[in-house]
Design a protein around this ligand. Sequence first.
Ligand SMILES: [Zn+2]
Ligand SMILES: [Zn+2]
Length: 257
Amino acid sequence: MFVDSHCHLDSEQFDADREPVIERALAAGVTQMVAIGTGNGPPDLEAGIRLADRYPQFYATVGIHPHDAAKANDDSLKRLAEMLKHPKVVALGEIGLDYHYDFSPRAVQHSIFIEQMRIACDARKPIVIHTREAWTDTIALLREHWAPTGLGGIMHCFSGGPAEAEQVLELGFHLSFGGIVTFPKALDIQQAARIAPADRMLIETDAPYLAPVPRRGKRNEPAFVVETARRLAELRGETVDAIAQITSANFRRLCLG
Ligand SMILES: [Zn+2]
Ligand SMILES: [Zn+2]
């Protein structure tokens, strides 16, 4: 049994066939999925909750993506705090910094990231981090505003090497490996996957993005998380079953414990 710890099944890319996609996930042994609730940003913060309310296999997150930081206001932040009380909301995210697109000004990305860490801390929930071309600032903010809470979290779609892995492990984070670890040229990430402590690994698809080999370039879906588990198993000299078991146990401990 696999847990896809990060997918965007609210995406309009699934509007035509969401039910068959979920059926294929279950048939592949992906029995639990986390619907990331960032959607198109405020004012709609319930993209993940809608899926979790409808399907027993889903948990949800709520959060304001760095892309949407400029759309946030006091009201949306207050509502996030309320939504974290929903019984199926397991974390706050994905939050962080994205300097690749810079869809929101960096100063706004920083302040909304910090505000959301405060809200998650008050709710005693882990956070899910998105960081792109903003590694140094992300680490600095996590070190100052999150590590002292001891609450941990998830580096979603982890795309660093062993040195970056060490940094975030020390801050209490889990490494969530996605489709990129299956790409032939992703040698650094593969090395991180080899050395990652077994009790700090998760797997995810980030569907509909970043499909693993052999589906690379296609729309991603939760069933394909099995391919990522297969690659992790090869890299670590373990069985796919062992990867499924440990990553599912890690998810339960971090998010349901
Ligand atoms: Zn992301
Ligand atoms: Zn995502």
